[in-house]
Design a protein around this ligand. Structure first.
Ligand SMILES: C[S@@+](CC[C@H](N)C(=O)[O-])C[C@H]1O[C@@H](n2cnc3c(N)ncnc32)[C@H](O)[C@@H]1O
Length: 282
């Protein structure tokens, strides 16, 4: 523990105050972080204490309860919105070569991308669908519980400085054109074409407290479960299981797994390395 108000022997005190803070957030705002990974929460709370010149978690709780704007900033701390286009290019290659042909068999299909952050992942997916001639047949739901990032996702405007890296990722993933075919350059930024976002519905959805989507053919939820404790991972995997059609496909992040979950048996591994699974027909 590195913050000045807490030394090693105060770990128990910190943990009690943290638990009370999470209850307070749930009661006041309805956001349920009570089963998020404690290591993750601890890091983010210590960060916020450091930059807010607050000494204890109890002081932080007091401010969170009374100051909605402060809570919104703290929500940003907790939600970690790091993302990029064609993140893990091998995953997108596998999606293109091995999974999209399965979607081809449907006249119409639904995709749910949960935890979309600022949208780079869902624009990558839309490009893939476009190049495979499938975009018009699909409805894509891109959801997140952080409204601030959803607004950015809807705009589809990103920093030009990041584009070189995104172009490299896109080519490594098996891209068929140049990424520049999909955006217009503006001063210091780029705006992705509206044809890509026409098939995307951006929506506020909390994986912990909201309900299932119906009859989804493909779910992407990458680099989100990693922040949850095991029982919460199980609960969310149950949500995905209920949302998928039989033989529906689930994609997790490279550091995430179904192995230790009770849902492991209900899915078949399609690509072990890229963490892609198929809902079994029972
Ligand atoms: C690290 S980003 C992952 C973004 C993208 N999927 C990727 O892999 O690049 C995690 C996202 O999950 C969202 N998130 C965290 N908890 C959530 C919850 N309970 N419900 C919905 N979204 C959540 C965060 O707001 C954040 O945008």
């Amino acid at each position: 523990m590195s913050h000045s108000a807490y030394n090693e022997s105060d770990t128990e005190l910190f943990n009690i105050e943290l638990q009370l803070l999470l209850e307070a957030i749930f009661l006041r705002y309805g956001y349920d972080f009570r089963n998020y990974s404690k290591a993750h929460l601890k890091r983010r709370v210590l960060y916020r204490l450091g930059i807010s010149k607050l000494s204890t978690v109890t002081e932080l709780q007091n401010k969170v309860l009374r100051d909605r704007e402060f809570f919104k900033d703290f929500l940003d701390d907790l939600s970690i919105n790091v993302t990029e286009m064609f993140r893990d290019p091998d995953f997108f290659r596998s999606l293109r070569e091995n999974m999209l042909p399965k979607l081809r068999t449907y006249a119409y299909f639904k995709i749910w991308l949960a935890g979309c952050a600022t949208g780079e992942e869902v624009y990558s997916l839309a490009i893939l669908l476009q190049e495979e001639g499938l975009l018009d047949r699909g409805q894509v739901y891109a959801t997140d519980f952080n409204q601030k990032v959803l607004e950015i996702a809807k705009e589809g405007v990103y920093q030009k400085a990041d584009i070189e890296q995104y172009e490299r990722n896109y080519q490594l993933s098996g891209g068929k054109k140049s990424l520049s075919d999909y955006y217009k350059s503006m001063y210091g930024s780029v705006m992705f074409n509206k044809e890509l976002s026409n098939r995307i519905v951006f929506a506020d959805h909390n994986l912990v407290t909201d309900s299932v989507f119906a009859d989804v053919n493909l779910i992407l939820c990458r680099n989100v479960l990693i922040y949850f404790e095991k029982p919460l991972q199980d609960k969310v995997l149950g949500l995905f299981y209920e949302s998928l059609v039989p033989s529906g496909i689930l994609c997790l992040g490279t550091k995430e797994s179904l192995k230790f979950s009770e849902y492991g048996k209900l899915f078949e591994e399609l690509d072990a390395k890229q963490k892609i699974f198929k809902k079994r027909i029972l």
